[in-house]
Design a binder for this molecule. Sequence first.
Ligand code: AMP
Ligand code: TRP
Length: 350
Amino acid sequence: MAEAAQNTADPAAAFTPRVFSGIQPSGGLTLGNYLGAIKRFVEMQGGAYETIYCMVDLHAITVWQDPATLARNTRELCAGFIASGIDPEQSILFNQSQVPEHAQLAWIFNTIARMGWLNRMTQFKDKAGKNRENASVGLFAYPALMAADILVYHATHVPVGEDQKQHLELTRDIAAKFNHDYGVDFFPITEPVIEGAATRVMSLRDGSKKMSKSDPSDMSRINMTDDADAIAQKIRKARTDPEALPSEIAGLEGRAEARNLVNIYAALSDQDVEQALREVGGKQFSEFKPLLAELAVAKLAPISGEMARLMEDTAEIDRILKRGAERARSIAAPILKDTYEIVGLVGAGS
Ligand code: AMP
Ligand code: TRP
């Protein structure tokens, strides 16, 4: 067996420090994806961890995707990762469907996860909407595939935005139940990494809703491919209140829209919220919004420019994904083989 976990205060301690995270190619990247996920992925690269980042195309198809658009979005997401600073040599970068071990382990986990656990998932409830009978079985089973994405690498740390917390708790439950049922210490109990000033970027039109690729209003979000004029216009029109910005965090209480814009400002300028408020506290929105727009354009324009350049050579993107998938498989295949052996599937050992 590859590795063994120790039952210590840090259950992930006996495993190679390894980061896995994924993003769905179900539409263009938003500022929420960038600040909540990709920017953090870049920060974790080249440090204490081996880093594995994935375009989770098998997750995307749990709701209908036009095939040509899915393929384009997958390549564009890969361009977005690289343009944001993911180095495909330092990190392993690939699309999920090229590593069949994810789907194979997901089947095992479908037998571990309980209906009751999956029934509690708020993302399923949100995405399935009122007509739950008509949701795909894949949408329901999605969290078992997500657990497989992570655990097929024995990943110890998973950087994500706040909305994925519940799925990561389920991943820990699946690992623990597998280990318990088979009497092994085989899968690590993964640590979520939900950090930074912008773990939950909200809609620019409604401070109680998450900024999302799927919001019908394009004014609600900043897309990574928006040009400077679009970014400036969206920030100018963002909903706010009439008060000036406070100098202390407590003054943002009950002011969801103000809080959101300050969080974005802090995250884009690599500060925490206190530091950002020391800088911008006391300003009216008429003064703060142009500052924020200027900062957002300065940070995002080079990324979107680089994405457009990379998209001119999709053959190169495909080569990067194929090479990433080969590297990913070299880690995943032995772990899947060990899993099959533990479960008693004949032939796995040969
Ligand atoms: P998705 O686009 O749903 O595949 O999400 C990919 C990653 O981006 C996950 O880690 C999410 O938690 C993160 N993310 C998506 N939207 C937001 C948001 N509005 N604020 C912070 N993180 C987000
Ligand atoms: N469920 C995540 C989302 O919707 C995407 C995802 C799939 C993921 N597999 C993952 C994130 C594994 C982290 C680790 O955003």
